[in-house]
Write a protein that binds this ligand. Structure first.
Ligand SMILES: C[S@@+](CC[C@H](N)C(=O)[O-])C[C@H]1O[C@@H](n2cnc3c(N)ncnc32)[C@H](O)[C@@H]1O
Length: 208
């Protein structure tokens, strides 16, 4: 997985441009309203979304790809980036919130559980979680070889899990789910044009 992303970041640079996902603005508005002061961003990439948080909050990005981190260093100097796996806790203190954009669907079932468990373990009791992931209503769902139930190799050598609302809620059974939703994300493609994806979002709170 890290080789795939590192090759892409090294070749394509800021793959999805420099504008944040609207989801980061929604999550930030919720975090600020709830008094959040610090946020962890697992799978932070080159900091496209961390920059939304780091202007006002103590922001920590965990990222596996060295190539992404090199870009991030030049893009978002206010976030503290940590090179390592988001599947393991990387902080020795707890944050008030976690924002995780389009990382959960990259993993098979065991690792998805690990990502959520690691995120919860670095969050203070009562802390907030905001995650996005591919929706089962996205047009790529069901394409290619089925790797696990709900997970398809939709492009050669690249698989993803496509979440129904029930499935997403079940993944966060250990937390209190505040609400879920669906939205259309428009991403810039390398070399021009845009890609549209249907994503699900979940707002949840760590139990006290
Ligand atoms: C689809 S990209 C999303 C990037 C970023 N969240 C954003 O909003 O731009 C997935 C990212 O997760 C990173 N990643 C994959 N596996 C990881 C892991 N185990 N730990 C940390 N980062 C990981 C990849 O290197 C890549 O940057």
């Amino acid at each position: 997985m890290s080789q795939y992303w590192s090759t892409r970041f090294a070749r394509e640079g800021m793959i999805w441009g420099d504008q944040p996902s609207p989801s980061a603005l929604r999550a930030k508005a919720w975090f600020l309203e709830q008094g959040v002061k610090s946020v962890l961003v697992p799978g932070a990439g080159y900091g496209r979304n961390t920059k939304v948080f780091s202007s006002d909050l103590d922001t920590y990005g965990v990222e596996l790809s060295g190539a992404a981190l090199e870009l991030a260093a030049g893009w978002d100097s206010h976030t503290r980036f940590i090179e390592g796996s988001a599947l393991e806790p990387q902080l020795d203190f707890r944050v008030d919130a976690v924002y995780c954009y389009d990382v959960l669907h990259l993993f098979l079932a065991g690792e998805r559980r690990q990502l959520i468990a690691a995120s919860l373990s670095q969050l203070r009791p009562g802390g907030l979680l905001y995650f996005t992931s591919f929706s089962d209503e996205d047009s790529n769902n069901g394409h290619g070889r089925m790797v696990e139930p709900g997970t398809y190799e939709y492009k050669e050598g690249k698989y993803a899990h496509f979440f129904s609302d029930v499935d997403l809620r079940e993944h966060f059974f250990a937390a209190e789910v505040v609400k879920t939703g669906t939205f259309k994300e428009s991403l810039q493609s390398h070399g021009g044009g845009t890609h549209e994806y249907l994503l699900r979002e979940i707002f949840a709170r760590k139990r006290k």
